[in-house]
Design a protein around this ligand. Structure first.
Ligand code: AMP
Length: 176
């Protein structure tokens, strides 16, 4: 069920970054002490018994709650970053965006086949960026991979979940 308190504090910015987009601005949830606590605590309750050893946050809005959750779960935190940002050897995955190609990277030594991974980002729209992150994590052959978003957009015919394999466990805190 949607958390009305979170929904009330989420800012919608019309026509950002381009006309026609209703931008869900999670910075208003991150800056609000009670909202931040609600999100981290709810996710902790959802994942505390899953044996998560690594939380992977997607740059950059996935870093905020992802890192707080990793701390609370007693897991490590891994950054999935845009190309050229990570200093050591990386694994990469490229994917198609509306205009051209994009790539994400994770340090080669950040995940092992003994890890249980939780991938986290702020928002699911088409699912393209998270699918790339999911495929990237599969290169490390982890024991299990979970996916979580704070917000799932289902308006305007979006059905981002459909791009993932059916057996992948995907949760979201808010559906809009
Ligand atoms: P997608 O790959 O289409 O699922 O897009 C997800 C990524 O784009 C997330 O990292 C979001 O931060 C960002 N994003 C896409 N659409 C929106 C939106 N309407 N409001 C806020 N962020 C968005």
């Amino acid at each position: 069920m949607n958390n009305e308190y979170l929904l009330k504090h989420l800012r919608n910015v019309p026509d950002f970054p381009i006309p026609g987009i209703q931008f869900k601005d999670v910075s208003t949830l991150y800056k609000h002490p009670k909202c931040l606590r609600i999100m981290v605590n709810e996710l902790y309750e959802m994942y505390k018994n899953k044996g998560i050893t690594k939380v992977v946050g997607i740059e950059s809005r996935g870093f905020v709650v992802g890192a707080a959750l990793a701390y609370k779960l007693g897991a490590g935190f891994v950054m999935a970053r845009k190309p050229g940002k990570l200093p050591a050897e990386t694994r990469k995955e490229s994917y198609m965006k509306e205009y051209g190609k994009d790539t994400i990277e994770i340090h080669t030594d950040a995940i092992t086949d003994k890890d249980v991974v939780l991938l986290h980002d702020d928002l699911l729209a088409t699912g393209g960026s998270m699918l790339a992150a999911y495929n990237l994590v599969q290169q490390f052959n982890p024991k299990l991979t979970f996916i979580n978003f704070i917000i799932e957009l289902t308006i305007e015919g979006l059905h981002g979940r459909a791009v993932f394999p059916e057996d992948v466990d995907i949760t979201t805190l808010l559906k809009i």
